[in-house]
Design a protein around this ligand. Sequence first.
Ligand code: SF4
Length: 73
Amino acid sequence: MKVWIDPDLCTGVALCQQACPEVFTIASDGIARVVDPAGRAVPGRTAVEFADSLLESVLEAAEDCPEECIYLE
Ligand code: SF4
């Protein structure tokens, strides 16, 4: 599966990073980014494939996000 963030809705609360630091990081502008498998933070709205083993924690991040701006596809 893939995951992406809408940076226009993100408020930088960082619950996503707490739930799944392998996939989410907070950039220097205070807004979350998705991290690709090589460890690079990607621009907003870019969908990134993540390992099946991380599905549970990515789902937890999406459910915890107060702005509901984490999307799976
Ligand atoms: S939990 Fe949602 S609002 Fe908070 S930093 Fe992550 S994507 Fe942004």
